[in-house]
Design a protein around this ligand. Structure first.
Ligand code: NDP
Length: 295
């Protein structure tokens, strides 16, 4: 059997950003509206700093306004909540993202719950999670949205597929499962207590791995012809002693069996920021009672 097609997340994200840029140009011209995204970063976690820098750059490149609030690692919970409140009330800010993880003195859930759900472009607020679960219009978490967009690139209709999602976090596993249910998949959510996970995976037409365990999903877990979406980002030591990124899926083994697969890096990862920009445009349009231009 020929090896599975590569789903190029970098290229799909670039297309999405281009179409977001066009939508922003339209909104500026037709409604004098410039979508704005505010990012709050507390502390100096190196990975978070890289994410925040990339988000800022891509926001500006799409023609939107970027507001960055970089706070000292010792900032109190009350001070972070006060900034969130200020951003909630700022009409130029349509999306608010608080970069996780937050330092120990701050209750992350309390901060996320303080974001106005209409500006919650990460889609982590319980109101948006509830809307997603009940099928009402919602701001949908970015990485799960990216997973579904990538799967639909190779299978435009996912209807009727058996989908197995490995992982049940609020950030990835649960929302991706909800989105796949909306696409009319038959969804199984697996986790650390699932019995005989390889056997559960073998019946899937679509596997989404969001576990955080390097190369856990092996080739003989995959049904021939299945689609494999790998959310995992794990830094491991390569054979040459240098560190490298791998997913939750054993890429070479699974590609040999799958019909299509996302690589790590260059698969789901690049989709997250593109979907964040998309959500910011959606939030800006909703706040102003405007129908979102096609993206
Ligand atoms: P969490 O640690 O919050 O959740 C991991 C899930 O995997 C849990 O539900 C856990 O089960 C399950 N799990 C752990 N071990 C096993 C096992 N041996 N067998 C089956 N299930 C298992 O991680 P996240 O959801 O936040 O992230 C998952 C991965 O995705 C990580 O690698 C992360 O780096 C990556 N990620 C990538 C993003 C991107 O591309 N932009 C964004 C977000 C995450 P249980 O609930 O029973 O403990």
């Amino acid at each position: 059997m020929a090896e599975g097609a590569l789903i190029d997340g970098k290229a799909v994200a670039a297309e999405l950003r281009e179409s977001i840029g066009k939508a922003v140009t339209t909104l500026k011209a037709s409604h004098n509206l410039t979508p704005g995204l505010a990012v709050v970063l507390v502390g100096e976690d190196p990975a978070s700093q890289v994410y925040v820098r990339n988000k800022g750059k891509q926001t500006v490149a799409a023609g939107m306004q970027s507001f960055e609030h970089k706070l000292d690692v010792s900032t109190s919970e009350a001070d972070v909540l006060a900034i969130v409140e200020k951003l909630n009330n700022d009409p130029q800010v349509h999306g608010i993202l608080v970069q996780l993880p937050l330092p120990d003195q701050i209750d992350s859930q309390k901060v996320l719950n303080a974001i106005n759900p209409a500006k919650d472009v990460d889609g982590f607020h319980p109101v948006n999670a509830g809307r997603l679960a009940t099928g009402e219009p919602a701001l949908v978490p970015c990485t799960p949205l990216g997973c579904v967009i990538l799967a639909k690139k190779v299978a435009p209709s996912l209807s009727g597929m058996d989908a197995v999602v490995i992982g049940r976090s609020n950030i990835v596993g649960k929302p991706v499962s909800q989105l796949l249910l909306q696409e009319s998949c038959t969804v199984t959510i697996a986790h650390s207590r699932t019995k005989d996970l390889p056997e559960v995976c073998r019946r899937a037409d679509l596997v989404v791995a969001a576990v955080g365990r390097p190369e856990m999903v092996r080739g003989d877990w995959i049904k021939p012809g299945a689609i494999v979406i790998d959310v995992g980002i794990n830094r491991v030591e390569g054979a040459d002693g240098k560190s490298k990124l791998v997913g939750d899926v054993h890429f070479d083994e699974c590609r040999a069996v799958a019909s299509a697969i996302t690589p790590v890096p260059g698969g789901v990862g690049p989709m997250t920021i593109a979907c964040l920009l998309r959500n910011t445009v959606q939030a800006a349009c909703d706040a102003n009672g405007i129908t979102m231009p096609a993206i």
